[in-house]
Design a protein around this ligand. Structure first.
Ligand code: E4P
Length: 224
């Protein structure tokens, strides 16, 4: 399973990259706004900076909602860097644009997916990635991980090549459950990724090992 970081924050992208486990980055207009990135030129430059930091797919979301405009905007985004993946919303014109991008060799990520039916449409339209938002599904009193399982099963039966990119991750257990459910990729903020490191028995065990080794070094030094 690939690990993408879900942020436009350069320091956090760098921190995840330095861990050596980062395969890509996803952003969305809200994440860009959170970093205060304003205006087309600044947005384009920010995507380029991210692409230069991480050698992997970088999702850049269109703001347009009509097919011709999505295609024009997507072409501009794709021209920024070969690793740009055009992120397209799951709406009727988005599906038409996904098909156009697929026919014209531009990589896509179909976003704002909340049902298996939407995931089937995204795959039929040739999206490279489909992004079910599992945290938001959980928030609406449904089960986000169950949705990933269902999509994974359908894609396997049907032989769809679209990769399942589990998004809207809120905690480390979401990441583990997505791996178990057959997700191809997760995109997560930094905290849940770092949360995977944590176990109290690791800390207790390491403290004991270091303490025992220190005692041995001390015994050796005092025996001389
Ligand atoms: C990523 O592709 C999505 O835009 C993102 O994961 C949404 O996350 P949120 O539900 O925490 O805003």
């Amino acid at each position: 399973m690939k690990f993408f970081i879900d942020t436009a924050n350069l320091a956090q992208i760098k921190e995840a990259h330095d861990l050596g486990i980062l395969d890509g980055v996803t952003t969305n207009p809200s994440l860009m706004a959170k970093e205060g990135i304003k205006g087309e030129e600044a947005v384009m430059q920010h995507y380029l900076t991210i692409c230069e930091l991480v050698d992997g797919d970088v999702s850049a979301e269109v703001l347009s909602t009509t097919v011709d405009e999505i295609i024009e905007e997507g072409k501009k985004l794709a021209a920024i860097h070969p690793n740009i993946v055009v992120k397209v919303p799951m709406i009727k014109d988005g599906v038409k644009a996904l098909k156009w991008f697929s026919d014209n060799g531009i990589k896509t990520n179909c976003t704002l997916v909340f049902s298996a039916g939407q995931a089937i449409l995204a795959a039929k339209a040739g999206a490279n990635y489909v992004s079910p938002f599992i945290g938001r599904v959980d928030d609406s009193n449904w089960d986000g991980v169950e949705l990933i399982k269902q999509i994974a099963q359908i894609y396997k039966i049907q032989g769809y090549k679209t990769e399942i990119l589990s998004a809207s991750i809120r905690n480390p257990l979401h990441i583990v459950k997505c791996a178990e459910a057959g997700s191809d990729v997760i995109t997560s903020p930094l905290e849940p990724i770092l949360g995977l490191l944590k176990h109290p028995l690791t800390d207790i065990g390491l403290a004991k090992f270091l303490d025992d080794a220190k005692k041995m070094r001390h015994e050796l030094a005092t025996a001389k």
